[in-house]
Design a protein around this ligand. Structure first.
Ligand code: ADP
Length: 752
């Protein structure tokens, strides 16, 4: 049994080794081991043998006192033997009542002590009365002692195992911390949300360093406010650090100013304005420095020590470094976001310009244009208003406004207009011809006192039209301390330039419209007077016909009847009267046909020009024969024309060709036509006197003649009529000529 006990490692093995052989050796019916609980000092049943399952014995869990046999034996430091039925009950009268069990006939209670301390008791029950011999008693005492030793050893090894387990758990904890640190390191690489990362940093610190509290602070004005903190921090302290620690608290300030980690052994909580944090023996403050500036603080504190070990410092430093890296990255991300916002702003500005440019081309009214520019500028800026003033006499008069000015008093001043020399914000740009920016609208600028107190930045621009200042465009923002940014200035100046261009354009459009209106008016007047003149010419020439006919016919009669009665001079006078009368008749006839061209509507029909030509030649046949002339023409086309006018055109040109003939040269007139584009080009060529080149245009003007009537009879109306006819048909008439050789008159007419 001693060997078996030496091999037993656990209490259960000990019980197995002890109880079963003891029962067998002494023929006991049951056995039990009661042990004293080290924590509460009560007796517990550690093992039983032999009892039927669920049997109610007097061996129960309970207080360790002398009222129970085990406690009694331990207290007396001796084994108790109850050999006969009733002995146990007699010794402990209330035992059965107390335990609800039934006492055995005979019982041995063997106390177990170890190193002087009570350990428990070994109990054997017998069904029969049992006389414990001296040898049995020795055996049982030895058994109990050995059991105690074995149990003590088992307990020791259990403690050792527990310690091994604890150490293992500890090691596992450290590995978990290490894992957390690795995860943290990875998070530093990927996590951009600073608070999430700060939370992880706290966990790493706490997983690695026992009894450490940690917090992450951000600056808020004159306070460091904890944004993330470890859960172990007592609520009253958490409340203080979240509300904010003054930035001048010594340790906080030192870390902030030096930019270096501050490790404080033997921390003075009170000096750092953290009440109730005296339990922290050591604290550390690690500034997170980005671009030379302390942005955040990472702090740790421990209640388990009053000093930091080198390992602790290293770990905390590493964690803080990770946070700094993230902070830098966050900063970069924010910088990028700001750039994006600026870019978006510029895109918006460009879109605004697109709108502006489009809108500006739709309007010609200057104040509408200015209003539109005001709207665009304001849409690109924070809250504010825009005004436009023009100088008038000794005052600035408001011509356009967009947005409310904020106060009724200020509005009233603007509505009333400002004295020319006292409104600096208007006078300056107007006289310097340059934009005038104020990051803060100074109260003395326009001499309107604190009416501008609610205003922030102001910008005023001269509005130049065709190089001259026209007025001043003012933009004013509400709120303080907001300087004009470079992009804002660029935006406003560009809008100004667009506005100026639009104003100049509107100006010329308006001017053009006015000129056009004037021209149209002149045209109508001209057309009316033309019509009147034409009407007059027609009426005049028509009414002149009768009296002229009277003069010439009576002069003719007089020559016939009384010519013989007149002397030579009288007859010459009479001839002149007849000549003059005939010329006047031709003049009036020609004038009539000229004015008819204007008054009578033309009728365009397909006309066979060959037929017209033939008719004209037939009419002139007498004259042609008299002169010995030739008039030829052939293969003339069909065109759309007014036939009578075409007849007149041919007649005038052909007879001119016969009239302006050269001395001693038989006149020859040729007429032909050639296809040209969609119509025809006709030519009437003669071999007459020709025309000096500088008269080639003048001959088509009415009444313009190159010769006296004594040389060549004529009225100077014929070619003017021709020109008019051709033009009325949509064609052109011109002449080419070589003086002394002949002339060719060309005209174009549309095809059929
Ligand atoms: P009129 O023949 O009645 O003078 P026209 O208008 O027909 O008036 O002609 C104007 C002037 O052009 C003529 O006076 C003449 O000097 C010149 N002229 C016209 N036709 C010819 C021609 N075929 N050759 C030379 N000169 C011509």
């Amino acid at each position: 049994m001693t060997e078996a006990l030496a091999a037993a490692r656990t209490p259960h093995e000990v019980f197995d080794v002890v109880l079963a052989p003891a029962l067998e050796a002494l023929d006991a019916v049951a056995g039990a081991v009661l042990l004293v609980n080290a924590v509460d000092g009560r007796l517990e049943i550690a093992a039983t043998r032999g009892d039927e399952e669920g049997a109610q014995t007097v061996w129960q869990e309970g207080p360790l006192d002398a009222a129970v046999p085990a406690g009694d034996a331990l207290a007396r430091r001796e084994a108790l033997y109850f050999e006969h039925a009733g002995d146990l009950k007699r010794a402990y009268p209330d035992l059965e009542a107390r335990t609800g069990g039934v006492a055995a006939v005979a019982t041995a209670v063997l106390p177990m002590r170890l190193d002087g301390s009570p350990m428990g008791a070994l109990i054997l029950d017998f069904r029969e009365p049992h006389l414990f011999t001296g040898e049995e008693r020795r055996f049982l005492r030895t058994l109990a002692a050995q059991c105690a030793i074995a149990l003590g050893r088992a307990q020791l090894s259990r403690d050792l195992e527990a310690r091994v387990a604890a150490r293992t758990a500890e090691l596992e904890g450290e590995r978990a911390a290490l894992d957390a640190f690795v995860a943290y390191k990875e998070a530093v690489g990927g996590e951009s949300d600073l608070l999430t990362l700060a939370q992880q940093a706290l966990q790493v610190v706490r997983a690695n360093l026992e009894h450490v509290s940690a917090a992450y602070y951000e600056r808020d004005g004159e306070l460091w406010k904890a944004r993330v903190w470890s859960a172990d921090i007592p609520p009253e302290i958490a409340l203080q650090i979240t509300a904010g620690i003054p930035v001048n608290a010594p340790n906080y300030a030192e870390a902030t100013q030096s930019g270096q980690p501050v490790f404080v052994d033997g921390w003075d909580a009170e000096a750092n304005s953290v009440q109730g944090a005296e339990s922290y023996g050591a604290a550390a403050f690690l500034p997170l420095v980005v671009r030379g500036e302390t942005r955040s603080l990472f702090s740790v504190g421990t209640r388990a020590a009053r000093a930091w070990t080198e390992r602790e410092r290293a770990l905390v430093r590493a964690v803080a470094r990770g946070l700094t890296v993230t902070l830098e990255r966050t900063e970069q991300a924010r910088h990028l976001a700001e750039q994006n916002a600026a870019l978006a702003g510029r895109t918006r500005a460009l879109e605004g310009f697109a709108d502006l440019t489009r809108d500006l081309t739709l309007h010609d009214e200057p104040y509408t244009l200015i209003q539109r520019a005001q709207e665009v500028v304001l849409s690109l800026l924070p809250d504010g208003y825009a005004l436009y003033f023009e100088p008038q006499g000794d005052r600035w008069v408001k011509r356009a406004q967009t947005g409310e000015m904020g106060t009724e008093a200020l509005q009233a001043v603007a509505d009333a207009g400002l004295p020319y020399h006292e409104a600096g914000n208007l006078l300056t740009p107007y006289t310097t011809l340059a934009p005038y920016y104020q990051d803060q609208y100074a109260q003395d600028t326009d001499n309107i006192g604190d009416l501008v107190a609610h205003l922030g930045a102001s910008a005023t621009f001269p509005v130049m039209v065709n190089g001259q200042p026209r007025g001043v465009f003012a933009v004013v923002l509400f709120g303080k301390l907001r300087p004009w940014s470079g992009p804002e200035r660029a935006v406003m100046e560009t809008v100004m330039r667009s506005l100026e261009l639009a104003l100049e354009r509107a100006e010329s459009v308006n001017l053009l419209a006015q000129r056009t209106r004037e021209l149209e008016q002149t045209n109508t007047e001209l057309a009316r007077s033309n019509a009147e003149l034409e009407q007059f010419a027609y009426v005049a020439s028509h009414d002149l016909q009768a009296p002229i006919r009277a003069v010439t016919s009576f002069a003719g009669l007089m020559a016939q009847r009384y010519g013989s009665l007149l002397d030579a001079r009288g007859q010459r006078y009479l001839r002149q009267i007849v000549d003059g009368g005939e010329h006047m008749k031709r003049l009036v006839d020609d004038l009539l046909s000229f004015s008819r061209l204007h008054t009578q509507p033309r009728e365009l029909v397909p006309v066979h020009t060959q037929t017209v030509f033939d008719a004209v030649v037939e009419r002139l046949r007498g004259e042609v024969e008299t002169l010995g002339a030739t008039v030829s023409g052939g293969a003339l086309p069909v065109i759309r024309a007014d036939a009578p006018q075409l007849d007149q055109l041919f007649q005038n040109l052909i007879s001119n060709g016969l009239k302006y003939r050269r001395e001693g040269v038989a006149p020859r007139v040729q007429v032909w036509a050639e296809r040209e584009d969609t119509g025809w080009r006709f030519a009437v060529r003669d071999n007459g006197i020709g025309i000096e080149s500088h008269y080639l245009e003048r001959i088509f003007v009415i009444f313009q003649r190159l010769h006296g009537r004594d040389e060549y009879e004529g009225t100077g109306i014929g070619l003017a009529v021709c020109k008019k006819i051709v033009e009325r048909h949509g064609g052109r008439l011109w002449v080419e000529s070589t003086p002394g050789q002949g002339s060719t008159f060309f005209f174009t007419l549309p095809g059929a």
